[in-house]
Design a protein. Structure first.
Length: 149
Protein backbone atom coordinates (compact mmCIF):
# COMPACT_ATOMS: atom_id res chain seq x y z
CA UNK A 1 0.00 0.00 0.00
CA UNK A 2 1.38 3.39 -0.91
CA UNK A 3 2.11 5.92 1.82
CA UNK A 4 -0.83 8.09 0.72
CA UNK A 5 -3.29 5.19 0.76
CA UNK A 6 -2.10 4.13 4.20
CA UNK A 7 -2.47 7.70 5.40
CA UNK A 8 -6.05 7.82 4.11
CA UNK A 9 -6.84 4.47 5.71
CA UNK A 10 -5.44 5.63 9.05
CA UNK A 11 -7.46 8.84 8.85
CA UNK A 12 -10.63 6.80 8.22
CA UNK A 13 -9.90 4.56 11.22
CA UNK A 14 -9.39 7.60 13.47
CA UNK A 15 -12.63 9.23 12.29
CA UNK A 16 -14.53 5.96 12.72
CA UNK A 17 -13.46 5.75 16.39
CA UNK A 18 -14.26 9.44 16.88
CA UNK A 19 -17.76 9.20 15.40
CA UNK A 20 -18.56 5.72 16.75
CA UNK A 21 -16.53 5.49 19.95
CA UNK A 22 -16.15 2.03 21.45
CA UNK A 23 -16.81 1.74 25.19
CA UNK A 24 -18.13 5.25 25.66
CA UNK A 25 -20.39 5.55 28.71
CA UNK A 26 -20.43 4.75 32.41
CA UNK A 27 -19.54 1.56 34.25
CA UNK A 28 -21.95 0.15 36.81
CA UNK A 29 -20.85 -1.23 40.18
CA UNK A 30 -17.41 -0.96 41.78
CA UNK A 31 -14.78 0.62 39.60
CA UNK A 32 -11.83 3.00 39.52
CA UNK A 33 -12.33 6.48 38.07
CA UNK A 34 -9.62 8.80 36.76
CA UNK A 35 -10.32 12.24 35.37
CA UNK A 36 -7.55 13.98 33.44
CA UNK A 37 -7.34 17.23 31.50
CA UNK A 38 -5.18 18.12 28.58
CA UNK A 39 -3.59 21.28 30.02
CA UNK A 40 -2.98 22.82 26.61
CA UNK A 41 -6.67 22.91 25.61
CA UNK A 42 -8.71 22.00 28.71
CA UNK A 43 -10.27 18.95 27.09
CA UNK A 44 -10.87 16.10 29.48
CA UNK A 45 -11.34 12.39 29.82
CA UNK A 46 -13.19 10.57 32.56
CA UNK A 47 -11.98 6.97 32.45
CA UNK A 48 -13.53 4.14 34.44
CA UNK A 49 -11.84 0.78 34.89
CA UNK A 50 -12.96 -2.46 36.46
CA UNK A 51 -9.90 -4.44 37.54
CA UNK A 52 -10.21 -7.84 39.20
CA UNK A 53 -7.37 -10.21 40.11
CA UNK A 54 -4.98 -8.16 38.01
CA UNK A 55 -7.18 -8.30 34.89
CA UNK A 56 -8.81 -5.27 33.27
CA UNK A 57 -12.32 -6.68 33.05
CA UNK A 58 -14.00 -3.59 31.65
CA UNK A 59 -13.31 0.03 30.71
CA UNK A 60 -15.49 2.93 29.66
CA UNK A 61 -14.87 6.61 29.11
CA UNK A 62 -16.64 9.92 28.82
CA UNK A 63 -15.28 13.37 28.10
CA UNK A 64 -14.73 16.01 25.48
CA UNK A 65 -11.81 16.42 23.18
CA UNK A 66 -10.54 16.47 19.65
CA UNK A 67 -10.73 13.55 17.24
CA UNK A 68 -7.23 12.41 18.22
CA UNK A 69 -7.89 12.32 21.97
CA UNK A 70 -11.32 10.70 21.72
CA UNK A 71 -10.34 8.12 19.09
CA UNK A 72 -7.25 7.26 21.12
CA UNK A 73 -9.46 6.69 24.20
CA UNK A 74 -11.75 4.45 22.18
CA UNK A 75 -8.84 2.41 20.79
CA UNK A 76 -7.19 2.21 24.20
CA UNK A 77 -10.28 0.74 25.91
CA UNK A 78 -10.71 -1.72 23.07
CA UNK A 79 -7.18 -3.05 23.40
CA UNK A 80 -6.86 -3.22 27.21
CA UNK A 81 -10.15 -4.96 28.06
CA UNK A 82 -9.30 -8.55 28.93
CA UNK A 83 -5.57 -7.88 29.31
CA UNK A 84 -3.72 -8.18 32.57
CA UNK A 85 -2.56 -4.92 34.14
CA UNK A 86 1.09 -5.60 33.35
CA UNK A 87 0.34 -6.02 29.65
CA UNK A 88 -1.93 -2.97 29.59
CA UNK A 89 0.92 -0.86 30.99
CA UNK A 90 3.39 -2.44 28.57
CA UNK A 91 1.15 -1.50 25.65
CA UNK A 92 0.82 2.02 27.02
CA UNK A 93 4.64 2.33 27.05
CA UNK A 94 4.72 1.07 23.48
CA UNK A 95 2.20 3.73 22.58
CA UNK A 96 4.35 6.45 24.22
CA UNK A 97 7.38 5.19 22.29
CA UNK A 98 5.34 5.29 19.09
CA UNK A 99 4.44 8.93 19.83
CA UNK A 100 8.16 9.70 20.19
CA UNK A 101 8.76 8.10 16.81
CA UNK A 102 10.71 5.23 18.37
CA UNK A 103 10.80 1.55 17.53
CA UNK A 104 7.83 -0.08 19.29
CA UNK A 105 8.01 -3.81 18.76
CA UNK A 106 8.70 -5.74 21.96
CA UNK A 107 9.20 -9.43 22.66
CA UNK A 108 5.52 -9.70 23.62
CA UNK A 109 3.73 -7.43 21.17
CA UNK A 110 4.23 -6.07 17.72
CA UNK A 111 2.50 -2.95 16.55
CA UNK A 112 0.45 -4.91 14.05
CA UNK A 113 -0.91 -7.04 16.93
CA UNK A 114 -2.46 -3.92 18.39
CA UNK A 115 -5.01 -3.31 15.70
CA UNK A 116 -6.40 0.18 15.29
CA UNK A 117 -3.77 1.82 17.49
CA UNK A 118 -1.43 1.80 14.52
CA UNK A 119 -3.62 4.44 12.92
CA UNK A 120 -2.28 7.01 15.39
CA UNK A 121 1.35 6.59 14.30
CA UNK A 122 1.25 9.76 12.23
CA UNK A 123 0.56 11.87 15.34
CA UNK A 124 4.26 11.58 16.24
CA UNK A 125 4.95 14.07 13.42
CA UNK A 126 2.79 16.71 15.16
CA UNK A 127 4.30 17.29 18.62
CA UNK A 128 1.46 19.61 19.66
CA UNK A 129 -1.02 16.73 19.29
CA UNK A 130 0.94 14.11 21.22
CA UNK A 131 -0.70 15.19 24.51
CA UNK A 132 -4.10 14.67 22.86
CA UNK A 133 -3.17 11.12 21.86
CA UNK A 134 -1.64 10.11 25.18
CA UNK A 135 -4.32 11.56 27.51
CA UNK A 136 -6.42 8.38 27.76
CA UNK A 137 -3.33 6.19 28.16
CA UNK A 138 -2.04 8.31 31.03
CA UNK A 139 -5.46 8.04 32.68
CA UNK A 140 -5.33 4.26 32.29
CA UNK A 141 -1.85 4.04 33.84
CA UNK A 142 -2.99 6.16 36.79
CA UNK A 143 -6.10 4.01 37.17
CA UNK A 144 -4.27 0.71 37.38
CA UNK A 145 -1.82 2.28 39.86
CA UNK A 146 -4.79 3.21 42.05
CA UNK A 147 -5.83 -0.44 41.97
CA UNK A 148 -2.43 -1.39 43.42
CA UNK A 149 -2.81 0.99 46.39
FE1 LIG B 1 -7.82 19.07 23.25
FE2 LIG B 1 -6.75 17.44 21.52
S1 LIG B 1 -7.11 19.57 21.26
S2 LIG B 1 -7.38 16.99 23.51
Amino acid sequence: MSFNNLDTLYRQVIMDHYKNPRNRGKLEGDHITVELNNPTCGDRIDLQLKVNDGIVEDAKFEGEGCSISMSSASMMTQVIIGKNVEDAVKISKMFSDMMLGEEVDTADYKLEDLGDIQALQGVSKFPARIKCATLAWKAMEQGVEKEDE
